[in-house]
Write a protein that binds this ligand. Sequence first.
Ligand code: NAD
Ligand code: UGA
Length: 475
Amino acid sequence: MTTNTTESTTGEPTKICCLGAGYVGGPTMAMIAHQCPDIDVHVVDLNPERIAAWNSEELPVYEPGLYDIVKQARGRNLRFTTDVPAAIREANMCFISVNTPTKTFGIGAGRAANLEFVEKCARTIAENSDTDKVVVEKSTLPVRTAESVKRILSSASSTVKFDVLSNPEFLAEGTAIDDLLKPDRILIGGDSSAAIEKLADVYKHWVPDEKIIRTNLWSSELSKLTANAFLAQRVSSINAISALCEATGADVDEVAAAIGTDSRIGPKFLKASVGFGGSCFQKDILNLVYLCEHFGLPEVAQYWEQVVKMNDYQKYRFTTRIVKKMFNTVSSKKIAIWGFAFKKDTNDTRESAAIYVCRDLLEERAKLTIFDPQVSLEQIRKDLEYLIAGPNGELTDAERHLLNDNVTVAKSAEEAAYGAHAIALMTEWDEFKDCDFQSIYKSMMKPAFVFDGRNLLDNQMLADIGFDIESIGKP
Ligand code: NAD
Ligand code: UGA
């Protein structure tokens, strides 16, 4: 690919500032800096601990291959800093890559995206700009957000020109480096073809031009929400079928393989599970639902909302199955929770199905011993406290006791399973497949149950050892 110096519309070399050093801002900018040694990339965040971690040996984001890329570019053309105004002033291209969580208050609470962080970024960029800039929406945003961003930017100064682009990110956690290195497509929406090409030139350092899609702003913004809605819909669809498989004796993995050979359906994203998690699927679908309602399309809103409802049902169904199989009571029984991240190869726990299953098992008074190879004890406690405390954020004394008495965090899968009545596998970490199940079986209470929420383990091998194994969508 070309490695020519990328120039701004004013003939200046491109200098990037990215606001938000999270799961997207950090890896995305590290990849740009890695592939474009001629471009200075400053990643800024208001959170000093996050920035300190990006500057250390222990990055705040666990992602295979990320550290190598950061190490090669950091100190060369990649900098992480909390000095937001200075980084903006030096840049001629600003990415907004901040969080856009579901609103928890006011109009649209529980559905609409909370855009306060994006708006703050637009205001900070406006306040600190005395030269023209391309402003890139990297965060996932409701369609027509660019309109507000443009208004905020243009009302700050009549002399500085801002071009706003939408450039959503499609990376998935756990495979972010590969996704960034070999993206299916790069999507750029905008009004100004000069600005679009300036951004396209950055990606053209390593992405073939035919993979760069140019659209209008609104198509780009809406495509991101739509892509996530379609992906989540596939998971909910196969999970819905998994319930029917359990009732009828069909095997969901066989059904998925059979339908996946149809080239119109395709084999990917058909893995039945305990339910999808992650920071985006639910948030983005709820946002889509809110937009449909806002634009007077209640039937369309209800159609998409069903994807989230099916996911909630799948998580709840898993806990119910555990309780039923364990003779209708798990009270005081030790259950090993294997995995807490929302998928393998990430330390991210946002909206992880494990949190919901743990909460429901705790309500049944089970004793949980949790192990995840990448999630810290502090994070596990924080997530459970947050969910159990409910909307006011305060734990009652009873809830605090419940957590203190009934939750421990183990250092290995084997330790978690020691003396347990059951293992509930929540995240498909590869290392779980390689455990010594013979000795785990010996160390457990009998009957020893395994509830495989990811259809990861070899059922026949476990059954031969003596386990009572229950999988998703299997007879
Ligand atoms: P994140 O919470 O990990 O990171 C966001 C960061 O922005 C935080 O570190 C926060 O401190 C910082 N921030 C907030 N306000 C700021 C401000 N005014 N100035 C500077 N920094 C500020 O979020 P994320 O997972 O990286 O997601 C960011 C966006 O990308 C979201 O819109 C999300 O939907 C989208 N997205 C996420 C993924 C993913 O895999 N996580 C993938 C594609 C798109
Ligand atoms: C998802 C999309 O795949 C990305 O394209 C998008 O950029 C990102 O959301 C985002 O906007 O945040 P991510 O959530 O990181 O990426 O991970 P996925 O691989 O999509 O998995 C999401 C959830 O669905 C996980 O809990 C996963 O275990 C579950 N899943 C996925 C299944 O249960 N079955 C499947 O077949 C696939």
